[in-house]
Design a binder for this molecule. Structure first.
Ligand SMILES: O=C(O)COP(=O)(O)O
Ligand SMILES: [Mg+2]
Length: 244
């Protein structure tokens, strides 16, 4: 654990990211995307590419993967014969099939990371208000939190479709602070990606990052934060006392 001299003892509320921070959802993304590609007669996407692309919401994920798929040599050949093979032409059907498949398996190939439950329990005991803010569509997020019995910890849950803009824009963070009734400077953001950090910094919130999530294939320690934690079990101690 590395911690800068950053006072986290004044924190009055916590905003948690979902994918890659509280729940290891890569398996859900993989299954839903493999089934979506099969419906579109496209080859399976590599798991590494899926992991690198998670984080900016489902629409971005589908568009990026479709763009990658249609440039693959075996698919490109078909595209030349059939010029309608473009991201825009495929998107609506892909999005509809993806939603269908994701909602069918949501949570079945996903696990709560070790340390998450104990941190949430500790904060709940302290009476610290908590919100979940994810770029995942709200309906996916609410169902997943319920499936994993985490929903009762959160005073508010917001998704990538809850506001006009998603993280890394600060707007969703500012709106979540507003819902929690806390000043940004006293609201801690806990995330796994540079999106979370960028949004938090722009909103004026301190941020703690976990090292085990999805960060677009980059080292999360290169993103400025108050701390980088290997487990959220370490978080309650960070808030109790400023650590050097
Ligand atoms: O669905 C995504 O792209 C990532 O969601 P997150 O904001 O919970 O990491
Ligand atoms: Mg995340």
């Amino acid at each position: 654990m590395t911690v800068f001299a950053h006072d986290l003892t004044q924190i009055e509320a916590v905003i948690f990211d979902l994918d890659g921070t509280m729940v290891h959802t890569l398996g859900d993304f993989q299954v839903a995307l493999h089934r979506t590609m099969a419906d579109l007669d496209l080859p399976p996407v590599s798991n590494a590419l899926i992991e690198q692309t998670i984080g900016k919401g489902s629409e971005h994920l589908i568009r990026t993967l479709l763009a990658h798929q249609i440039t693959r040599p075996e698919v490109k050949g078909v595209g030349q014969a059939c010029p309608a093979l473009s991201v825009d032409a495929l998107f609506d059907r892909a999005w509809q099939r993806y939603q269908h498949h994701y909602l069918q398996i949501n949570g079945q190939f996903a696990d709560v990371y070790p340390g998450v439950l104990s941190a949430l329990q500790a904060f709940a005991q302290q009476g610290l208000p908590m919100a979940c803010l994810t770029n995942k569509p709200l309906s996916f997020a609410e169902a997943l939190l319920k499936e994993k019995s985490l929903d009762h910890f959160f005073a508010h849950v917001f998704g990538g479709d809850s506001f006009e803009l998603k993280k890394p824009d600060p707007l969703p963070i500012l709106k979540t602070c507003e819902a929690l009734g806390t000043a940004a400077g006293r609201t801690l953001v806990v995330g796994d990606s540079s999106n979370d950090a960028q949004a938090a910094h722009a909103a004026g919130c301190p941020v703690v990052l976990v090292t085990y999530g999805y960060n677009h294939g980059q080292r999360i320690q290169d993103t400025p934060a108050a701390a980088w934690l290997d487990s959220l079990a370490q978080l309650p101690d960070c808030l109790r006392a400023a650590v050097q």
